[in-house]
Write a protein that binds this ligand. Structure first.
Ligand SMILES: Cc1ncc(COP(=O)(O)O)c(C=O)c1O
Length: 393
């Protein structure tokens, strides 16, 4: 008898044929700059652990102590009985880190965007979103009852056209939503211009700082980078990238925070993350606020790698951050290059459709502060050898 779900297997086979499927590789041990992947020692070029905090001894210690004090799980949804004092301590720490009136956590960054964006506006209001915003923003926008306009990526002329049209059509409440750092290209939103335009036309701003925290603005993120600490209306982010922990964060004024946790279904109807996760996140924020040398090292390595890989003949697209893509185009070629890099002991990821548009496949290189210049030279040599072998450079 054929299985009713056989069509799914067929679809999967078709995607596989086109080079559009994920190859899951297993890390055997912690995520650091040097890892063991499927039994092979590799330099890690594919993690979001930009500051190499995920295996930091102080974060590990914080987790162990919290397990001893609070146990393994939170026991409930945040809204029912899952919010512990250590979670609340983290909320205050987020406000301190982001320099806002208040802060709070969600289970993940995805849960902030998917849960809060639909609650920000009503039918008859307007969301204006960059075309390359992260999938979690796209889902949040889709779930909203507000009208939507999409502007070309970082195209300030198009954004202004949207705002003008909105003004003419008489919208009273609008949000401009943008990634701070675009996760597939590594470019930075023109946040100062976006904020000025939003102010001029009476719109509010919402920024996803997932790849900016720990990196931009001495580690404090995009608001500090552009001196917009008291102008951006809603800032969300995640502990799962440069901060080395786990969970989503939201920062803004008291009114926003009180409203957010009373209305976001992803927050209300989902369990709190375990207390040791809160402890890890608190420690990570402390380290980033106290020790800026990790951020400085990350930028030094980033500048070196970008300059050198471009001089080999690779196109790094719009990169301005430790996300440095090597643009390849064809998804099968990108997959093959990732496989060949792995053979050389480099764990790099091919990013293919639907993560990026068809024909824009790339290897997304992500620099980690735990690397040194020898690691980067080793990677660059491999890129040179394989690029020639595969006719890419
Ligand atoms: C721009 C952006 N926003 C949000 C998220 C989601 O964050 P989290 O991993 O905490 O769900 C990601 C992660 O992929 C991201 O890149």
């Amino acid at each position: 008898m054929t299985k009713k779900t056989e069509y799914l297997q067929k679809k999967y086979e078709e995607m596989k044929e086109e080079g559009l499927t994920w190859k899951i590789r297993d890390l055997e041990g912690p995520s650091t700059a040097h890892v063991t992947v499927d039994g092979k020692e590799c330099i890690m070029l594919a993690s979001n652990n930009y500051l190499d905090l995920a295996n930091h001894p102080e974060l590990r210690k914080a987790a162990k102590e919290a397990v001893d004090k609070y146990g393994a799980g939170a026991g409930s949804d945040w809204s029912i009985a899952g919010t512990m004092d250590i979670h609340e301590e983290l909320w205050d720490k987020i406000a301190e880190f982001k320099e806002t009136e208040a802060g709070m956590t969600y289970q993940t960054g995805f849960a902030v965007n998917a849960g809060l964006i639909p609650q920000l506006l009503e039918k008859g209001d307007l969301l204006i979103s960059d075309e390359l915003n992260h999938g979690s923003i796209i889902d949040g926008v889709r779930l909203s009852r507000a009208d939507k306009m999409i502007y070309g990526h970082s195209d300030m002329g198009e954004l202004e056209d949207c705002l003008k049209q909105a003004q003419e059509e008489g919208y009273e409440r609008m949000f401009v939503i943008t990634d701070g750092v675009f996760s597939m290209d590594g470019d930075i939103a023109k946040m100062d211009e976006i904020q000025d335009l939003a102010d001029e036309y009476g719109a509010m701003t919402y920024v996803d700082d997932a790849h900016g925290e720990g990196i931009l603005g001495d580690g404090r993120g995009i608001a500090r980078e552009f001196n917009l600490e008291d102008r951006i209306d809603v800032e969300m982010g995640t502990f799962s990238k440069a901060l080395g922990g786990f969970g989503g964060m939201l920062a803004g004024d008291e009114g926003l925070i009180n409203y957010a946790y009373n209305t976001s279904r992803t927050w209300l109807l989902s369990a709190a993350f375990p207390p040791h996760v809160a402890a890890v996140n608190i420690k990570a924020l402390d380290l980033v606020m106290e020790e800026t040398e990790r951020v400085e090292k990350l930028w030094d390595l980033t500048e070196y790698f970008k300059k050198e890989i471009e001089s080999l003949g690779y196109d790094t697209g719009r990169s301005e951050t430790p996300i440095i893509p090597a643009m390849i185009g064809d998804s099968r070629k990108a997959q093959k290059l990732a496989d060949r890099l792995y053979d050389e002991g480099i764990f790099a990821l091919a990013i293919v459709y639907p993560m990026v548009a068809k024909g824009q496949a790339r290897i997304r290189n992500q620099i980690n502060a735990g690397m040194d210049y020898d690691d980067l030279d080793y990677i660059l040599n491999a890129y040179e050898k394989l690029g020639k072998e595969m006719d890419l450079i």
